[in-house]
Design a protein around this ligand. Structure first.
Ligand code: PLP
Length: 422
């Protein structure tokens, strides 16, 4: 019983199951930890077994009872990836997960699994710079037109305009990112889910895909709010140590089937070694996110009171009067550890501040044990059109900070010193 989730009446919590779920030591010489199955292919006991596995993998027959797909080839399946995928489903309440070579691989493979020429892809903005490039620059070459709407404002206030822009064309997928990178703007998942259901047709269920990288899976579970697919850059909190690039997509068995199939044919899966590293990371995910979030509170409060800083965006300080406060209360269970703020001045002041940091490194990425700072306008979001940047709040003075596990008073000291240097 490696997939046991209860003891008596007690339903075990996901953090408990991260150390055991889906792995049977008996199959691996009693090893407490899963070995790294660094193999490209798996030997069939007989030719008949190989035939049976392929028939299931390619949908030529239905599974018998709760039959799992046998191991075939590491582009299709691998024990490290399968155990990891089983564990990832638990926090989000998903039926299936697929892990990818990167967050971008998860996002692009999922979109390509559903979109067709002539479709509109609806998306919130801002979104991660790579997602923005794919949706706005690459998908149009395939005859798929992006239609965006802003994060950070109630969906009801933009829905009518969005419908006008779609103008009756088929919607192939809806992609939102909440909180948005880099501004922490929220999108109301339940409201967008209702809109998405209205885009369904008799022969197509339109997937609502939610990039949950910033708060998930600990502080936000989009499936409970009506999302169909949850996407992750597992490079960030899930990996958590800035030493692996990976991604994930999660959802129901039915909605994940085209995505897993597309992964098989694009070959965008994670490697066994990445899978093994992520399993190790999952064991501390909850502890890391809780500690980083606590530290972010100290840092955000320090920044808020500083005379050279303005516009501190941290969800833990969202005023009750903000129109998105209600969405935050309904959809998120914690504020996470991403902060954005502006220094007084522009790019020159922001750069002087960044260059004066000593403990906090100037680097893109986030969600690692170490704190990182970057300048979205010229780094992660440099590729976003300038007029669009301004609309989205990506200004020359904006700095994005990912708070890690250093002592928060040490971080505040580093920030104070660097702010003095502006
Ligand atoms: C980093 C990031 C991505 C891309 O993930 P990679 O693992 O770098 O490919 C996608 N979405 C968000 C919100 C991110 O922060």
């Amino acid at each position: 019983m490696t997939k046991r989730r209860r003891i008596g009446d007690r339903e075990l919590l996901p953090e408990t199951l991260m150390m055991s779920y889906g792995y049977d030591p008996v199959l691996s010489e009693g090893a407490v930890k899963s070995p790294i199955f660094q193999t490209s292919t798996f030997a069939f006991r007989t030719a008949e077994e190989g035939k049976a596995h392929f028939a299931l993998a390619y949908g030529l027959r239905e599974p018998v009872g709760d039959e799992q797909l046998g191991l075939i080839y590491s582009r299709l399946n691998n024990p490290d990836l399968e155990i990891l995928e089983d564990r990832l489903t638990l926090f989000d309440g998903a039926e299936r997960a697929a892990v990818f070579a990167s967050g971008m691989a998860a996002i692009t493979t999922s979109l390509l699994a559903y979109l067709r020429p002539g479709d509109v892809v609806v998306h919130s903005g801002p979104i991660y710079g790579g997602s923005d490039h794919f949706v706005r620059k690459i998908l149009p070459k395939m005859g798929i037109e992006p239609v965006g709407f802003p994060a950070g404002v109630p969906f009801g206030s933009v829905e009518a305009g969005l419908r006008r822009e779609i103008a009756g064309r088929p919607v192939g997928a809806v992609l939102i990112e909440t909180p948005a990178n880099p501004t922490n703007g929220l999108v109301d998942i339940a409201a967008v889910a209702r809109f998405t259901r209205g885009c369904d047709t008799a022969d197509r269920r339109v997937p609502l895909m939610v990039d949950n990288t910033f708060l998930g899976p600990i502080y936000q579970q989009p499936i409970a709010h009506g999302a169909d697919i949850v996407l992750y850059s597992a490079t960030k909190y899930i990996g958590g140590h800035s030493d692996v690039i990976a991604g994930a997509a999660l959802g129901s068995r039915e909605m994940m089937a085209p995505i897993s199939a597309m992964r098989t044919f694009l070959g965008t899966m994670a490697s066994p070694w990445s899978g093994w590293l992520l399993m190790r990371s999952l064991e501390t995910l909850k502890l890391r996110m809780e500690a980083a979030t606590h530290h972010a509170g100290t840092v955000a409060r320090f920044l808020t009171g500083h005379p050279r800083v303005r516009q501190v965006q941290w969800l833990g300080l969202l005023p009750a009067t903000d129109p998105m406060a209600e969405v935050y209360a309904r959809q998120c269970t914690g504020p996470g550890a991403m902060i954005s703020f502006e220094v007084h001045g522009g790019e020159a002041e922001a750069f002087r501040f960044l260059n004066a940091l000593t403990l906090i490194k100037i680097a893109v990425s986030l969600g690692g044990t170490e704190s990182l700072a970057q300048h979205p306008q010229t780094m992660t979001h440099a590729d976003v059109d300038p007029s669009h940047q301004a609309q989205l709040g990506i200004t020359p003075a904006l700095v994005r900070l990912s708070v890690g596990l250093e002592h928060p008073d040490d971080l505040a000291a580093d920030l104070a010193h660097a702010l003095d240097a502006i």
